[in-house]
Design a protein around this ligand. Structure first.
Ligand SMILES: O=C[C@H](O)[C@H](O)[C@H](O)COP(=O)(O)O
Length: 274
């Protein structure tokens, strides 16, 4: 098998295992992520549907145009997040989705993740936030100790086209730590680069920038190693015109990684592992 096929097989194995663990006939509302690994999750859902193992009224919440097509192609029912019926109005939780299964570009030991390699992270974060459980699926190349060490293309940041150049300049002036004036402090800083670089993501087979499903642009912001994902997420989110940051801090409860030898690793956040 070619190395590309081995990676695809690893993604598929992880996706199938996560779906089998989390989706049965008791699941009423399911969030469907975006990207190439989620395609395999949709494949497994179609099999389960044909075997009569899904809830007959299952509602699937898409996270992108691509995700909606996967749901529809699998013969499942797509419903926008805000169109979900409120099934339990008395519940203390606002979460309306039982479980969401999504891909990731890099996942650290606490299951903080970089997402948005496919530009879908705004809707993905909205759906993850409304889910009781977020489960990530990926091949083992995405399994990392520290964010930014494996996914080196930068943090995907969805921004308003109205001010992308200004936002880019501001992102390139982020300092590693809010009070840090010295590179000597880098070891205790939120990220490692002294001079982050923000690139406007360019489209393929179309001249000009990527335009997201929401009509915005994406800046990929390389900051080096991310030691404190929540601080970096918050720092970037505070910039006016930033619509969403592709760092998902503390959202995922479980991550499934497919290895090249066909085995699977399922991880929970390190601090919660027994
Ligand atoms: O914007 C895209 C999403 O965040 C994807 O879930 C992420 O990029 C992983 O995609 P893939 O499964 O293709 O590696």
């Amino acid at each position: 098998m070619s190395s590309a096929n081995i990676v695809e097989q690893a993604k598929r194995t992880a996706a199938f295992a996560a779906v089998d663990k989390h989706v049965d006939s008791s699941v009423r509302v399911l969030g469907i992520g975006s990207g190439s690994t989620v395609v395999y999750a949709a494949e497994r859902l179609l099999e389960l549907k044909n075997e009569g193992k899904l809830h007959p009224d299952l509602l699937c919440v898409p996270t992108s145009f691509q995700s909606k097509q996967l749901i529809v192609d699998a013969g499942l029912r797509a419903v926008d997040l805000d169109d979900l019926p409120v099934l339990d109005a008395a519940s203390a939780s606002f979460a309306s989705i039982d479980v969401t299964i999504d891909g990731a570009d890099e996942v650290d030991s606490e299951l903080n993740a970089i997402k948005g390699g496919g530009g879908a992270h705004l809707r993905e974060k909205l759906v993850a936030n409304a889910s009781r459980k977020l489960v990530l699926i990926a091949d083992s190349r995405k399994d990392s100790e520290t964010l930014g060490t494996k996914w080196e293309k930068g943090i995907p940041v969805e921004v308003s086209p109205l001010a992308w150049r200004t936002i880019k300049r501001q992102l390139e002036r982020l300092v590693p730590q809010s009070r840090a004036q010295s590179a000597a402090l880098a070891s205790s800083a939120a990220f490692s680069f002294a001079n982050p670089k923000a690139e406007l993501r360019q489209a393929v087979r179309k001249a000009g920038p990527v335009v997201t499903d929401n009509g915005n642009f994406i800046l990929d912001v390389a900051v080096g190693s991310i030691y404190d994902p929540l601080s970096v997420e918050q720092l970037i989110k505070m910039i006016p015109g930033v619509i969403e940051v592709g760092i998902f801090s503390g959202m995922a409860k479980e991550a499934w990684f497919g290895n090249e030898d066909g085995s699977i690793v399922c991880r929970v956040p390190k601090s919660e592992a027994k």
